[in-house]
Design a protein around this ligand. Sequence first.
Ligand SMILES: Cc1cc2nc3c(=O)[nH]c(=O)nc-3n(C[C@H](O)[C@H](O)[C@H](O)COP(=O)(O)O)c2cc1C
Length: 202
Amino acid sequence: MIVAVLQGSVRRDRMGDRAAKWVVSQLEKRGHEAVLVDAAALELPLLDRMWKELKDDSDPQFAGLREKLQPLASLYERADGFVVVSAEYNHSAPPALTNLIDYFLEEYFYRPSAIVCYSAGPYGGVRAAMQLRALLTEVGMPTIPSLQPIPLIGQALSADGTPLTQSMAEKTGKFFDEFDWYMSALKDARARNDPRRAPAAG
Ligand SMILES: Cc1cc2nc3c(=O)[nH]c(=O)nc-3n(C[C@H](O)[C@H](O)[C@H](O)COP(=O)(O)O)c2cc1C
């Protein structure tokens, strides 16, 4: 499966890339192609025009932005699922994450999403995840039932995403198994009838 891993924390001292690296390694262990979409590396401005408004606009003032968004559009078109890696800022998702998501809409449709949330505290970002779940469903990539929270992230993962605790090392099975099931089920359903494609003539 092809999985887009969305990371939307852009603080210079962020912990989010630990969680994103861990997610990429878990997906790769399962044989998936995991592609990281890092809001910090992309440096997207606060949303003005969405991709669908920009893609056919030849205005040179948007040329740089189109260049950044085109690979994302191509990736999202190919993706079988999305893992959204979210911190918790004031019990909500980080604004750079929702900004990254808001650039697209139809490109997400008919694929599942899965939330990996984290925080410096003991609750692992689950309050942000609850809000994110509503957003992700609205943009057409409904979330799987399980969440993968990572509490005390600085103690749970090293800078390269390696588990530092027994409980982190043991976090694998159910969440990613469930995501695999939903990716596979919706892939089969799209193969039979993909609502994103126009029906064949005749
Ligand atoms: C603006 C802001 C708000 C925060 N609010 C919460 C919060 O509501 N709950 C929580 O558990 N941690 C909160 N934290 C602490 C974060 O869990 C911690 O800083 C975490 O590392 C943030 O992710 P990041 O490093 O990838 O940006 C907040 C941090 C920031 C910067």
